[in-house]
Write a protein that binds this ligand. Sequence first.
Ligand code: FES
Length: 151
Amino acid sequence: MNRRSFFSWGTAGVAALCSGIGVSLAAVGRFLTPSVFYEPPQSFKIGTPADFPFGAPTFLPDEKIFVFRDQAKGFAVASAVCTHLGCTVKYFGSDDRFHCPCHGSIFNHDGTVAHGPAPRPLEWLEVTLARDGKLLVDKNKVVNSSYRLMV
Ligand code: FES
């Protein structure tokens, strides 16, 4: 075997090795990525503004959110997921607070913790108006409790 032939076989060998490593990494990446996501979408439409009454918040059980509609302040959406261990809180108009049935946390109307063990306030979620006139909630976008959508 002469020198030229040695380098040509060496180059082919290195190329084959790199190709094999690339294919293996692609297979591992494909194995680690799920084909189906079972998590519900984090951004969703909840209806038109007219679907929501003024006053007490409307609870949407599938989305686990409360939709507030105030004549002067507009729309706001709060997560119904307790910040302690994730139970779904319930709104009580009698004291205008959210109560967690699991361990007794109580949240004020603005989501702040009135009584533990919840470590943090309820999350407020961004709500916008989509082009089709429906309210669009994005659970990935946590906003300040003073955030309001005026419609
Ligand atoms: S999950 Fe709500 S208080 Fe524990």
